[in-house]
Design a protein. Structure first.
Length: 195
């Protein structure tokens, strides 16, 4: 693949950012222009990895360094496919590569240990994202969202997370009951597409 911006250069650039910063928001602001460069690569995702799975969105690991300090993932969303409301527990960016998605943002409102439910999840924003748009997540206040492709065409999102998200334990939230369950969303490929 001929890349306008290589994964090795991305690794060097993100390593430099992480060596100087630990604040999630600062990291996101510094990594955002790097994701913008990646999104300009017309052949970033091989043709063989651009189809959704029949029963859910596809999650393909594109790249991660040996340190697993970050990962780059492609999500392929078929028409009507949805990710439940979830958190990440790590910083991350989501860039639209092809098509469009709807992202709903949520905020957790804690009611205390003795309360039932202990917390509620309140929707705070809804955005339709199109090719080139970038959003972000980071704990604790900007970490919960749901993603859907209600449109008639396939959507592809490219994500950069501050760990290998395919190994990260996190949560799926039930916004009606204020409960959550632990989840790890594994990649649909065993090895990164690029090394």
């Amino acid at each position: 693949m001929t890349q306008l911006y290589s994964f090795k250069q991305l690794e060097a650039d993100i390593d430099s950012i992480l060596n100087k910063n630990s604040d999630h928001r600062t990291i996101i602001e510094a990594v955002k222009p790097l994701l913008q460069k990646l999104l300009k690569n017309d052949d970033l995702i091989p043709e063989s990895h651009q189809a959704p799975l029949p029963n859910k969105y596809a999650q393909y690991l594109l790249y991660k360094p040996d340190t697993e300090a970050f990962s780059v993932i492609a999500f392929i969303w078929g028409p009507g496919q949805v990710a439940p409301v979830h958190d990440h527990l790590v910083w991350g960016l989501v860039g639209l590569y092809r098509g469009a998605i709807i992202e709903k943002r949520y905020r957790r409102e804690d009611h205390g240990e003795a309360a039932n439910p202990r917390y509620l999840i309140r929707e705070v924003a809804e955005v339709t994202a199109r090719a080139g748009d970038i959003s972000f997540v980071y704990p604790p206040d900007y970490d919960i969202h749901g993603v859907a492709n209600p449109f008639d065409e396939i959507a592809i999102t490219v994500h950069i997370y501050g760990t290998d998200i395919g190994k990260q334990e996190r949560h799926i939230h039930d916004i009606a009951t204020g409960h959550f369950r632990d989840v790890v969303t594994r990649h649909d490929n065993t090895e990164p597409i690029y090394s």
